[in-house]
Design a protein around this ligand. Structure first.
Ligand code: RIB
Length: 313
């Protein structure tokens, strides 16, 4: 059993440049947009902000550039209560993301350039070993190099820290990551890229979950957008429906909100189904607001939503 406290997250921070429009332009075409926001983003960083606002002590490990986008990271960590564990590089810029948000449905499409965070190495991870070993829950994704994610998962497992691996985006990673994942959390397209079939029904999600368990994961949590989250483990196989009582206006960062909320509830010792409900409520609020990290709700908002929908047992 880990003796640590709170959550350690390895991932990237980038500046999100988000464009609202009725559709994506075609190659060679210019279309008029209906809105624009610049704000903090990056999956790992969004997850850190979500977890801190949800009430967990959070340490976030990454690399940024010595530039105005990097300063935005420090501002959101200060506002949200995230403890930054950052290397600031003089010779690389902070990364950035292009985010298209459909102004009718809230659906999104993203191109991300990780910049300084794309240079996170195995040695960088080893230099923060104490941060990982001191946590109760460790979280990582695949926006930084996959070998850094693998090393961090190994360190966490070696210290008995509960591991949450979000294989996003769908980049290649070492098979050893499966066995190092207490919780393996792909969305439906990331899951499909691994198992080789589309995830359209609950039965598809169950089959994908069974595949992930054979590969060595402890519990698979497949996020299914507005349908909710499918939990599959040796003991349980069930869909937890999405939780929301407000209109969806921007789905970017929804998966990050779920993971931040889920990790927070796990770090408080909640059972998996309750932790998934808490993550679903976190995401349900985030998608009713614009942006990624700035849309992450405070603990009081999450608890209030769960009380309103009567979702906690
Ligand atoms: O998951 C959403 C995030 O993915 C955005 O904030 C963007 O930066 C990309 O990393």
């Amino acid at each position: 059993m880990a003796q640590g406290e709170g959550i350690a997250i390895l991932g990237i921070y980038v500046a999100d440049t988000a464009y609202l429009a009725s559709r994506m332009p075609k190659i060679g075409e210019t279309i008029s947009g209906s809105g624009f926001t610049l704000g903090p983003g990056g999956k790992g960083s969004n997850q850190a902000v979500a977890a801190a606002r949800a009430g967990a002590p959070v340490r976030f490990m990454s690399k940024i550039g010595n530039d105005p986008f990097g300063k935005m990271a420090l501002e959101i960590y200060e506002q949200s209560g995230v403890t930054p564990e950052l290397d600031v590089m003089d010779d690389m810029p902070t990364g950035a993301a292009f985010i298209f948000v459909n102004d009718t449905t809230g659906d999104n499409a993203i191109i991300v350039y990780p910049g300084a965070a794309g240079t996170i190495s195995v040695e960088d991870v080893r230099a923060r070993r104490d941060v990982i070993e001191g946590a109760r829950v460790f979280v990582t994704q695949l926006e930084q190099p996959a070998d850094a994610a693998l090393e961090a998962l190994r360190i966490a497992r070696g210290a008995g820290v509960t591991t949450v691996f979000n294989p996003a985006p769908a980049n290649p990673f070492d098979d050893a990551c499966y066995g190092l994942s207490d919780y393996f959390v792909p969305n439906e397209s990331e899951a499909a890229a691994i198992v080789g079939f589309e995830i359209e029904t609950e039965d598809d999600a169950r089959r994908a979950g069974a595949d992930f368990l054979k590969r060595g994961v402890g519990t698979a949590l497949i996020t299914l957008g507005e349908k909710g989250v499918y939990i599959h483990s040796a003991d349980i196989s069930v869909l937890v429906p999405a939780i929301s009582d407000a209109p969806v206006i921007d789905t970017s960062g929804a998966g990050d909100a779920f993971i931040g909320g889920f990790a927070t509830a796990l770090s408080e010792g909640r059972a998996v189904q309750d932790a998934v409900r808490f993550g679903c409520a976190t995401a349900g609020i985030a998608v009713s607001r614009r942006g990624t990290a700035p849309a992450m709700p405070e603990r009081a908002d999450i608890d209030a939503l769960l009380r309103r929908v009567g979702a906690m047992q």
